[in-house]
Design a protein around this ligand. Structure first.
Ligand SMILES: *[C@@H]1O[C@H](CO)[C@@H](O)[C@H](O)[C@H]1NC(C)=O
Ligand SMILES: *[C@@H]1O[C@H](CO)[C@@H](O)[C@H](O)[C@H]1NC(C)=O
Ligand SMILES: *[C@@H]1O[C@H](CO)[C@@H](O)[C@H](O)[C@H]1NC(C)=O
Ligand SMILES: *[C@@H]1O[C@H](CO)[C@@H](O)[C@H](O)[C@H]1NC(C)=O
Ligand SMILES: *[C@@H]1O[C@H](CO)[C@@H](O)[C@H](O)[C@H]1NC(C)=O
Ligand SMILES: *[C@@H]1O[C@H](CO)[C@@H](O)[C@H](O)[C@H]1NC(C)=O
Ligand SMILES: *[C@@H]1O[C@H](CO)[C@@H](O)[C@H](O)[C@H]1NC(C)=O
Length: 347
């Protein structure tokens, strides 16, 4: 009862107190070589090309927004935001799906990135990196789902290295991890507790697989989980090997808002990594703050996304601008592929 009341109170407060989106953006330091005007002369309409394309795609499939946001997270967490996640042959890439991210990265997201890149190429030539396309697609996924329109510094170059299975596994915090385990993993890439709470808010859209939260419902209910929520999850996932999925934010599964944090206050977070944000004293207050003030969440989310979006970026003469987001450019790859392209003379 108390939790229902709290929920109502919080929803009512959020409704009354959310002011219009802030015009200025709080920014972390911007890495040398990245800038907000990077494609100003080489692809002046880049923003509207990306937004127009995704607007149409989301009308067909709103689930794509969460999928694209996730691709950017995975890309940045594993050896930096260099589009290595898109490479066929990468442990988390579109073809060789061997590492656990397999469970969350959807083929239609990879297709959308490739289609979008092809459209940009037709309008501007091959000047925009796949890594920048991923970062912009993530931002517009957030914005078109109702979230903040944060500004994205651009100029990333595409990486030449595949992410191995081991590197992928070691870099991505699993949904079954608690805050104590996740904080040191994030600290290695200079993200802190406040980044963790803000970035976890990406779970305000999207779905989770039974396997990712079966640790909380089998063999019995995780005591930090609401009873009714638990019962419903057991219906969706009759066994721990069920291949079903369920929404990450039960209040507004397709809207980018602060309801995810209201879920946590009501002990209706799906993953251990979600609910523990409210259980751990280092992150609890921020969860409450975000549940009470959506503008504050949006502001901090934009800040942490720009911070995360600069992890291990390649700039200047490093890396390359891929011609095909799923493959390194010919001449960078094995001899047989160079031969196949018929342009080995160029290298
Ligand atoms: C990953 O996906 C592939 C193909 O979709 C599937 O064969 C494989 O079993 C999946 N791996 C895991 C760990 O789910
Ligand atoms: C990857 O991890 C597995 C087990 O965790 C280990 O046996 C293997 O040696 C590792 N491979 C590399 C290349 O580090
Ligand atoms: C967090 O998870 C680790 C590893 O499973 C466990 O040892 C630890 O007790 C957990 N901490 C809390 C506060 O639940
Ligand atoms: C999937 O979920 C539905 C309810 O949402 C349930 O009836 C069904 O048994 C589940 N299927 C599997 C394979 O777990
Ligand atoms: C799940 O495992 C049980 C046995 O533990 C088996 O009977 C069932 O067929 C499995 N279901 C799926 C969807 O793999
Ligand atoms: C909510 O957060 C915004 C952005 O940080 C802030 O300007 C505003 O004062 C906060 N509102 C309340 C009621 O605390
Ligand atoms: C892009 O590269 C992938 C992986 O090598 C390949 O399967 C695909 O056909 C390529 N796409 C185009 C348009 O060349």
């Amino acid at each position: 009862m108390a939790s229902i009341l709290l929920c109502f109170l919080v929803s009512a407060l959020a409704l009354i107190s959310s002011p219009p989106p802030a015009l200025s953006q709080n920014l972390p330091p911007i890495v040398n070589g990245l800038s907000f005007t990077f494609y100003k002369s080489s692809c002046p309409n880049l923003d509207s090309i990306v937004r127009g394309f995704l607007k149409k795609e989301f009308k067909k499939n709103i689930g794509l927004a969460a999928a694209l946001l996730r691709v950017h997270f995975h890309d940045c967490f594993v050896q930096g935001c260099d589009a290595s996640v898109l490479l066929d042959g990468s442990a988390s890439g579109p073809s060789e799906k061997k590492a656990p991210p397999n469970l969350t990265l959807r083929p239609e997201a990879f297709k959308a990135i490739n289609d979008l890149r092809a459209l940009i190429d037709r309008k501007c030539g091959r000047v925009v990196s796949c890594a920048d396309v991923v970062a912009l697609a993530a931002r517009d996924s957030v914005f078109l789902a109702g979230g903040p329109n944060y500004r994205v510094p651009l100029g990333r170059r595409d990486g030449l290295n595949f992410a191995t299975r081991n590197v992928t596994l070691a870099s991505l915090p699993a949904p079954t991890f608690n805050v104590s385990v996740i904080l040191p993993i994030l600290a290695r890439i200079n993200l802190d507790a406040s980044d963790l709470v803000a970035l976890s808010g990406g779970h305000t859209i999207g779905r989770g697989h039974c396997a990712s939260f079966s640790n909380r419902i089998f063999p019995s209910r995780d005591p930090t989980m609401d009873q009714t929520f638990f019962k419903n999850l057991r219906l969706t996932c009759p066994s721990s090997n069920s291949t079903n999925t369920t929404v990450l934010d039960i209040r507004s599964p397709n809207v980018f808002d602060n309801k995810y944090y209201v879920d946590l206050l009501n002990r209706q977070g799906l993953f251990t990594s979600d609910e523990d944000l409210y259980m751990d004293s280092r992150t609890k207050q921020r969860v409450i703050d975000f549940a009470l003030n959506q503008s504050f969440f949006f502001e901090r989310f934009g800040f942490s996304m720009v911070k995360m979006g600069q992890l291990g970026v390649l700039t200047g003469g490093n890396g390359e601008i891929r011609s095909n987001c799923s493959a390194r450019n010919a001449g960078r790859i094995s001899m047989w592929q160079v031969g196949e392209e018929g342009d080995s003379a160029a290298y």
